[in-house]
Design a protein around this ligand. Structure first.
Ligand SMILES: [Zn+2]
Length: 675
């Protein structure tokens, strides 16, 4: 029988035939596709004809289609529905993929061809897009070490392969620690918890095949537990378990992996002639240098810390009034902060929740894109990777635009957090290929028969990921390598964070925030209070984020730390980290930084993008409203449709007429008036 991964896909829209494939198909499929890709590579490097853009750069863009067909469904499954077989396959594939990556990017014959085209670029009459693709292709080769020779060349290859292996190990350890911890909650332990938390804990128990209620480390369960449980003893146990992920000793401990990763990255940067990994990494970002990043983070840190110190004082008073003596601890912050919010903003999250139904929030995200960009959504019946996933066809004026897939519920085996990826990216080189885009979230799954309800934070996450999806779906370029979200890391969060602003537009919530039982719209005063509360506790949120971003940056700057945990403590000390707030992601579970290269030395990107998103949304307001058609047009033309066609600062300036400052961000976080 033929391997379904390698056959022609006759499924609707050419979606992967998930129903036909089994885990046993992936390894042989991968091997076959690797052999094929090697043959394609040889055709390019051994071509007797002189190098041309078409026989080298185009050919490189087209290489590896089959491998993509195999790996795209595989990595979708490994991320959203892992199991021991898939984990073993990931461990098997990751060094092979790194080696294949090196075979291409460190290939002297191939680089010689690229270099020849680069040197002749002024005579080739390339389109602006081709020029850009050539520039980026050559830059990737140089940064991959194609110019290195001898022992340095071999060593760099080894370093990259080892980094790939331990990056995968880091993720798997984290997943294991998240999966392995849970705490039974007896009737007495449910004291003070709102219905939705109790229901989530009951669903978690059902998922684990148990009776009663279970607390797990899923963010959608542990965070509300820490907010609402008056039981300080339980909060402490749960909190300590949550922050100990990846640092529990034994086989799944990530601390040694973090140390080795930092050492190898430093070596990699030095082999390529950079002072340190941060300098290497930031060269291709919008920020360009570690100093530019440090500057931004410190501009934000000072007012954030001042606000957090004021807030810590207030929360400590509340705790003492509650009869608890001593210092405010990290497991107390969310609890007293929630009480303070309820008192000051009269906003009861539990009362709010029935108004934020998942299905209505999906409709809201769709509807905003209809009003802004004319997109329309129709559900489609397709065999997807999991029964909880759903798909829609996206069209505009009757023309097919994309397939959008949403996989919203948390489950064991799904990586934590939320993300967007293109299972198939937009491009025109191979024909008019439209994208298949997936949003993955970890919202609490409701018990059977009840509607899924979100927190306001969850709803924001939904809009965020949908913003990434728009960047993929509206893409309109020829070359896949610059399509959609293939942009600088510190620019990629602009479309997603910008889209969150539409959730805050009152008329959107008036229409879509309707009560799950009564269907009534959210009362106007509740809605206003919810929006006003948007800047609540931003001292805390900003401090926990900036601390993580700074540790990430300093880890990769200057001399490399032999003991990252000690260096982490030093950095936080030096910043004056408030004692009752910890990093949003401590080193042993900082997957952004250690699971791969993506956000290493680049966790600051979210804030860099926030500077732009605050300023970009202001462009709509200045032009007359959140749905101003001309501004939406500009956003699509200069940012959402062009991918990495030009440098990020150029794209932004085309859209806005200038670059942004930090003011709109501080104002948006309510930090413009402190210290
Ligand atoms: Zn994002």
């Amino acid at each position: 029988m033929t391997n379904p991964l390698l056959a022609d896909w006759t499924t609707p829209f050419g979606l992967p035939p998930f129903a036909d494939m089994s885990d046993d198909d992936f390894a042989p499929g991968f091997e076959a596709s690797l052999t094929q890709a090697r043959a394609e590579l040889a055709l390019i490097t051994d071509n007797a004809d002189a190098p041309t853009f078409e026989n080298t750069i185009d050919a490189l863009e087209l290489m590896g289609e089959t491998m993509h067909k195999v790996l795209s469904p595989f990595y979708t499954l490994a991320g959203v529905d892992s199991n021991p077989a898939r984990e073993a396959l990931q461990r098997e594939f990751s060094p092979k993929l790194a080696a294949w990556g090196s075979e291409v990017s460190m290939n002297p014959k191939l680089f010689a061809r690229v270099e020849a085209i680069w040197n002749a670029r002024d005579t080739l009459e390339l389109t602006p897009e081709q020029s850009r693709v050539l520039e980026l292709t050559r830059r990737d080769f140089v940064r991959s070490g194609a110019q290195l020779e001898g022992a340095n060349f071999d060593r760099l290859k080894e370093v990259k392969e080892r980094l790939a292996v331990i990056g995968t190990q880091f993720t798997q350890n984290l997943l294991a620690d998240e999966r392995d911890w849970s705490m039974d909650l007896g009737e007495a332990d449910l004291e003070g918890l709102p219905d939705f938390v109790v229901a989530t804990a009951r669903a978690a128990a059902q998922d684990a095949g148990k009776e009663g209620h279970l607390l797990t480390l899923s963010r959608s369960l542990i965070v509300p537990f820490l907010q609402f449980s008056p039981r300080r003893d339980l909060r402490e146990v749960a909190y300590e378990a949550w922050v100990a992920r990846g640092a529990n000793g034994g086989d799944t401990d990530n601390r040694d992996i973090a140390a080795e990763t930092l050492k190898l990255r430093d070596e990699r940067a030095k082999l390529l002639g950079y002072a340190d990994f941060a300098s290497f990494k930031l060269e291709t970002e919008m920020a360009k240098t570690p100093d530019a990043v440090r500057d931004l983070l410190m501009q934000v840190w000072k007012p954030a810390k001042a606000q957090a110190d004021i807030d810590a004082g207030k929360l400590t008073e509340m705790m003492h009034a509650d009869g608890v003596n001593g210092d405010l601890e990290a497991w107390d912050w969310r609890y007293y902060s929630e009480k303070r919010r309820a008192a000051e903003h009269d906003l009861d999250e539990a009362a709010l929740k029935p108004y934020l139904q998942l299905d209505r929030m999906i409709e809201a995200a769709f509807d905003c894109s209809t009003r802004l960009f004319g997109l329309e959504f129709a559900p489609i019946d397709a065999d997807l990777h999991h029964a909880d996933a759903r798909a829609w066809e996206v069209t505009r004026k009757g023309e097919h635009v994309a397939v959008f897939i949403g996989d919203y519920f948390a489950r064991g085996g799904k990586r934590s957090g939320a993300w967007c990826s293109a299972m198939r990216a937009q491009q025109k080189l191979r024909g008019d290929i439209r994208p298949h885009v997936i949003n993955v979230c970890n919202f609490a799954k409701p018990a059977k028969g009840s509607p899924a309800l979100l927190s306001y934070d969850d709803a924001r996450t939904l809009f965020h990921e949908f913003g990434h999806a728009l960047h993929q779906m509206l893409s309109d370029v020829t070359y896949e390598s610059i399509s959609g979200t293939s942009v600088a890391r510190d620019f990629v969060e602009l479309p997603s964070q910008l889209y969150e602003h539409w959730l805050e537009v009152p008329e959107v919530l008036q229409q879509f925030a309707t009560h799950a039982d009564t269907g009534e719209p959210m009362p106007a005063d509740m809605l206003q209070r919810m929006l006003d509360a948007g800047t609540y506790d931003q001292g805390f949120a900003t401090v926990e984020y900036v601390a993580s971003a700074m540790v990430d940056l300093e880890f990769h700057s200057g001399e490399v730390a032999a003991d990252p945990m000690a260096k982490q403590a030093d950095i936080l000390d030096g910043m004056g980290m408030p004692s009752a707030i910890r990093m949003r992601h401590a080193t042993p579970h900082f997957a952004h930084v250690f699971a791969g290269d993506g956000y290493s030395s680049a966790y600051y990107s979210y804030m860099w993008s926030e500077v732009m998103d605050a300023d970009a949304f202001a462009a709509f307001e200045e032009a007359g409203g959140a749905f101003d058609a001309a501004t939406a047009r500009k956003l699509e033309d200069h940012i959402l449709s062009v991918g990495g066609l030009r440098e990020a600062d150029e794209l932004y300036t085309e859209f806005r007429g200038r670059l942004p400052g930090v003011e709109a961000l501080l104002k948006g976080r309510g930090l413009d008036k402190v210290a």
